[in-house]
Write a protein that binds this ligand. Structure first.
Ligand SMILES: [Fe+2]
Length: 219
């Protein structure tokens, strides 16, 4: 089995804190807000209150990748969370594993856990096997105190080298989780939120039982 380079276990990049109006319950999943060929965003009305987030992300991302040629997606969940329903899938993973996608996350409760072992790890270059290895190693490093969190309302940038997990020890209450995803490929999974003002390719791939790569298997 082919292995990845030893690049995993990097900390996220900290981009400061932001406040948002989080009073409306919502569940938007990978809603397209920019297509290649555009510099600016096309944001559905319900998500316009997060425009500052998108601008902060653009200001950062434009320094490290080709902004105009990127797809940009906004996920926004304001949901009641509890230990039995933490709002995101449990388990250690890397967003954009084996891709150059960038993800920016923000939450106002139950901050994400980051595996920061101080060394870099490598995994099987296969999504299913890598997830199993990440879960084992993530828990081992967590047990020895190498799981870190950042303050609520902090904007964090993750590339594929950042191992993380939803914190299963949830304080019940309403939680907002925001994620901006940047990719040079369109996200292809059925069930993604659709921006009716943009001509994004229609999602065609069914979601799998295990954690999905948002680009889909065919990408
Ligand atoms: Fe994630």
């Amino acid at each position: 089995m082919q292995r990845t380079p030893a690049i995993y276990g990097a900390p996220p990049k900290v981009l400061g804190t932001i406040e948002f109006d989080t009073s409306e319950m919502m569940f938007w999943l990978y809603c397209s807000v920019k297509l290649p060929g555009n510099y600016s965003f096309t944001i559905p009305d319900n998500l316009k209150k997060f425009a500052e987030l998108l601008v902060r992300v653009r200001d950062d991302a434009i320094q490290v990748r080709d902004w105009n040629d990127s797809y940009v997606y906004l996920s926004a969940k304001t949901l009641y969370v509890s230990p039995g329903n933490p709002g995101n899938r449990l388990g250690w993973h890397s967003d954009g594993f084996l891709t150059n996608d960038l993800n920016y996350i923000w939450s106002d409760r139950n901050p994400t856990l980051f595996c920061e072992p101080g060394v870099r790890l490598h995994f099987a270059a296969d999504h299913t096997e890598a997830l199993e290895e990440m879960n084992v190693l993530g828990e081992l490093w967590r047990d020895v105190g190498k799981a870190n969190t950042y303050p609520e309302k902090t904007l964090l940038r993750l590339d594929q080298t950042v191992l993380h997990a939803v914190n299963p020890e949830v304080t019940p209450g309403v939680r907002t989780f925001l994620k901006v995803s940047i990719s040079d490929k369109p996200y292809a999974l059925k069930g993604n939120s659709i921006n009716h003002a943009l001509n994004h390719p229609a999602p065609v791939e069914d979601r799998q039982v295990e954690r999905n790569c948002p680009r889909g298997i065919a990408a």
